[in-house]
Design a binder for this molecule. Structure first.
Ligand code: GRF
Length: 216
């Protein structure tokens, strides 16, 4: 076995329990896409816990309907941002999560979480990164006048929305688009892209080479 295939095998081993922790702050349609993909066999995984920083997040209802454990860790009232991050790690570790999926989680993930789950945190972002990182990606795309936008699923690194790209899907941007119509065109692509990217990660035949996520 050469070094690359040994690395790929080690990754497959690392994700062998295929237990996901999904972090949400809002309506949770991407969480639902993961739940549905697991139910119909496109994604070979289980969701060990859905965690939210917002008590009323719609994603929590979706999880409960699917019989998935939910935990709320409110981001307010912690002595520091790092204390909050450590609390997240504790909740995830307590449930033996081996891949963390950010699905509309509206908090920056800090070093404590990234160090606890190296190359094992994925995020979904509604633009073709590296264009339009951060908030209001669809609004940024319209303001820039791009003719194509889309969705990116990527590994999470310390730099915001800049980690190795796993899957992208594109949609046209129309003259008549508003932020809402563009977001509505991107969303179904998100729901395809996220389970596909998570399955790729869990399958383990990949390496990170600099910025690049590559087959191994
Ligand atoms: C999605 O557009 C996702 O790309 C972004 O936040 C939104 C979350 O939507 N990170 P939902 O809660 O999954 O419906």
């Amino acid at each position: 076995m050469n070094a690359v295939s040994a690395g790929a095998a080690a990754k497959a081993e690392r994700f062998s329990s295929r237990r996901l922790g999904v972090l949400v702050s809002g309506r949770g349609s991407n969480l639902q896409a993961l739940i549905d993909a697991i139910a119909d066999g496109r994604l070979d995984a289980s969701i060990a816990v859905v965690l939210s920083n917002v008590a009323g997040a719609g994603g929590l209802d979706r999880a409960q309907r699917a019989g998935i454990e939910t935990v709320v860790v409110d981001h307010r009232g912690w002595p520091s941002r790092d204390d909050y991050d450590r609390a997240l790690v504790d909740e995830l570790r307590a449930r033996d999560v081996d891949l963390v999926c950010l699905a509309g989680f509206m908090r920056r993930i800090g070093a404590s979480v990234i160090d606890a789950f190296p190359d094992a945190i994925v995020n979904i972002h509604p633009s073709l990164l590296p264009s339009f990182p951060g908030l209001h990606a669809q609004r940024q795309a319209l303001a820039h006048g791009v003719k194509v936008s889309g969705v990116t699923v990527h590994l999470v690194t310390a730099e915001l929305d800049a980690g190795p790209i796993i899957v992208q899907r594109a949609v046209p941007v129309l003259e008549s688009d508003t932020e809402e119509t563009l977001a509505a065109r991107i969303l179904p692509e998100e729901h395809q892209a996220y389970p596909e990217a998570v399955q790729r990660i869990l399958d383990g035949h990949w390496i990170v080479d600099g910025r690049r996520f590559e087959k191994a």
